[in-house]
Design a protein around this ligand. Structure first.
Ligand SMILES: *Cc1c(COP(=O)(O)O)cnc(C)c1O
Length: 343
């Protein structure tokens, strides 16, 4: 049994999803003539109460397009130090938009309205870059799948309005956040200027993200996507995977969350585990005792058919997903419980 808990992006399309994809009606989406893409865009925009949406090949491209939309070269955005847009998008913030990042020391990847308010450069002080955008993530990736309290978003938006800033949500795992918090997605549409969402993480589609906003922003985003090379042709086959995932795979996310929590409970009892971070969704971050090298643990797990990832010295990450089934879960818990290290 090969069990891959490195990321929720490792899932493969189910037979049902593949069948649904093959039946898609398609057209040339660069001419906006693909009915399935149009259907997906309308469906997701409607879910979040936003006017329009645009289909992207990746979450990175959707985030980078949002940053380009909201900023001019030389300006600055505010984000948590763990932010995906800063850490994992290849430096695209500077490459694509010529923008710098003001990084905040948040809590598990989450920042507060107070922190944001304290980090805005005075627009009259022309020596400093002009602050023009705030980016947040829900759930947080490097922060361990943590979910914001929606009240904080409302307060950050107020700060943004006062200081003429735009507010972008990197919602790669927004579905996990919605399931865990019971938040209403339509409230998200009211608080953010742009939202990116991924279909290729917890929802199990092979590819696909969307950017949501008002009609004017999405119209501008179409040109940016084209420049970035993201204009795609008969891509309705892939959009169909997203439609299928939205209709069938959101309801099973609580299983992923329960399994991550149960793994956390098992790990907490082991003497070679130093700390387990709170588990809110499908990401579990833990650290091992200082005299146990995390590479040794990873190798021992790998020999048992289990892959997990390192997050730096002593720190490890487990992500549950659609292809991590109950039999595998039972096996992983038993395997962890049986592991002994001299610490
Ligand atoms: C995965 C992810 C993205 C987008 O990644 P792609 O691999 O480009 O689709 C964006 N933000 C966060 C927080 C993510 O976890």
């Amino acid at each position: 049994m090969e069990i891959n808990l490195v990321s929720d992006t490792v899932t493969k399309p189910t037979q049902e999803m593949l069948r649904f994809m093959f039946r898609a009606e398609v057209g040339d989406d660069v001419y906006k003539q693909d009915p399935t893409v149009i259907q997906l865009e309308a469906k997701v925009a409607e879910m979040f109460g936003m006017e329009a949406a645009l289909f992207f090949p990746s979450g990175t491209m959707a985030n980078q397009t949002a940053i380009k939309l909201h900023t001019q070269p030389g300006e600055q955005l505010i984000a948590d130090k763990y932010a995906h847009v800063y850490n994992y998008e290849g430096g695209g913030v500077s490459f694509n938009s010529g923008v710098s990042c003001c990084l905040l020391n948040g809590n598990r990847g989450m920042i507060t309205a107070k922190q944001v308010a304290g980090s805005i450069n005075d627009p009259e002080f022309y020596h400093s870059p002009l602050t023009s955008l705030v980016c947040v993530e829900n759930t947080t990736n490097k922060g361990g799948g943590a979910c914001y309290d929606f009240e904080e978003f409302k307060q950050i938006r107020q700060v943004c309005d006062t200081h003429n800033l735009k507010f972008h949500l990197d919602g790669a795992r927004i579905w996990n956040a919605l399931v865990a918090t019971n938040d209403n997605p339509k409230d998200y549409g009211k608080v953010f200027h742009t939202i990116s969402v991924c279909l290729s993480k917890g929802l199990g589609a092979p590819i696909g993200s969307l950017l949501l906003s008002d009609k004017a922003n999405i119209h501008s985003a179409l040109r940016i996507r084209k420049i970035l090379g993201g204009g795609m042709r008969q891509v309705g086959y892939l959009a169909a995977a997203g439609i299928y995932a939205l209709d069938n795979h959101i309801e099973r996310l609580p299983d992923d969350h329960r399994r991550a929590k149960e793994l956390g409970v098992v790990l907490k009892k082991l003497n070679w585990v130093y700390n387990v971070e709170p588990v809110e969704t499908n990401i579990l971050i833990f650290s091992v005792q200082p005299n146990l090298n995390e590479a040794v643990l990873m190798e021992k797990l790998r020999q048992k058919g289990i892959s997990i990832s390192s997050m730096g010295p002593g720190k490890l990450r487990i992500v549950t997903h659609l292809d991590y089934r109950e039999v595998m879960h039972t096996y992983v818990m038993e395997t962890l419980e049986k592991m002994v290290f001299n610490v």
